[in-house]
Ligand binder design. Structure first.
Ligand SMILES: Nc1ncnc2c1ncn2[C@@H]1O[C@H](COP(=O)(O)OP(=O)(O)OP(=O)(O)O)[C@@H](O)[C@H]1O
Ligand SMILES: [Mg+2]
Length: 268
């Protein structure tokens, strides 16, 4: 493992008057899986949009700080130049092109990527190996796939650009536990093949199993960070994000619960 593949320093983001991120500093080392945990509205998607340079599509803007990938600043790049630099995003809510075929959705993922036709067909083979269902359903309209299959397609589409860093926005959201576990296995495999991963999740149990390092984001600020196993063992994270309740924790949490929505729907 080398230095930081992704280096986010003191990043602040606003949507007009709304301050969504405040001086967020975070690193993804080369080859690592890093997770950012946080409840609704914490700023997880905002962070990924700031990295992929897609904030302006949502009316947002970086107000301070920097984002660099592989030692080069991403500021000033268009989203397709970020893809060309090796960073691909799987957006929140999958956003597959419902009326297009599965195959055309995958093709769209290769737009803006570096590499010739040979590289594209190698990427397609890799996606089909990871997700055989996408080969079987190549000619089917993407909107007819199940939620889990659409998530596979969204991940596959991002992989078509052969990224060095994959940004994943809540890939387990809305999936049954079995399907969420499959997605998790795939993330592990993608990482084992050499792609670094920044995984944003409310499903803390799943994310902490996958990641080596974790950050907790609350109302736009990083409030906790450290090795994933240490965070998984911390009372704070267990109580608030893993739905683990013991008597003292329950007493402590009764005050905190009002201001911080719990994530217990994702326990297990
Ligand atoms: N397009 C937007 N315009 C204005 N405010 C926004 C916009 N998108 C997000 N926000 C605000 O920015 C803050 C962070 O939102 P963000 O979507 O990044 O949170 P999140 O952690 O991804 O939440 P969730 O888990 O619900 O997806 C919230 O206060 C939200 O209301
Ligand atoms: Mg979000």
């Amino acid at each position: 493992m080398g230095g930081a593949a992704l280096d986010v320093r003191q990043l602040s983001v606003g949507y007009g008057p709304v301050r969504a991120l405040r001086e967020v500093t975070l690193e993804v080392p080369e080859g690592a899986v890093v997770t950012v945990l946080g409840s609704n509205g914490a700023g997880k998607s905002t962070l990924l949009r700031a990295i992929s340079r897609t904030l302006s599509f949502h009316g947002g803007a970086v107000t301070a700080g920097s984002v660099a990938f592989a030692g080069r600043p991403l500021e000033g790049r268009t989203p397709d130049r970020v893809v060309a630099a090796g960073v691909s995003q799987v957006p929140e809510g999958r956003q597959v092109f419902a009326r297009m075929t599965v195959e055309d959705n995958l093709r769209a993922g290769a737009l803006g990527a570096r590499g010739d036709r040979g590289a594209r067909s190698a990427a397609l083979r890799r996606v089909h190996e990871l997700f055989p269902v996408l080969a079987e359903r190549a000619q089917q309209r993407a909107g007819l796939l199940s939620g889990g299959e659409q998530q596979m397609l969204a991940v596959g589409r991002a992989l078509m650009a052969a990224p060095r860093l994959l940004l994943l926005d809540e890939p387990s959201l809305g999936l049954a536990p079995m399907m969420a576990a499959r997605i998790a296995d795939t993330v592990r495999e993608i990482n084992a093949q050499g792609t670094s991963v920044l995984l944003v999740e409310q499903n803390a149990a799943l994310a902490l199993r996958l990641a080596s390092r974790a950050y907790v984001l609350e109302v736009g600020e990083v409030t906790l960070s450290g090795p994933a196993d240490e965070l998984a063992a911390s009372d704070e994270v267990r109580r608030r994000y893993l739905g683990v309740v013991d008597e003292t924790a329950a007493a402590d949490a009764s005050g905190a619960a009002a201001s911080h929505p719990s994530l217990t729907r994702w326990k297990g």
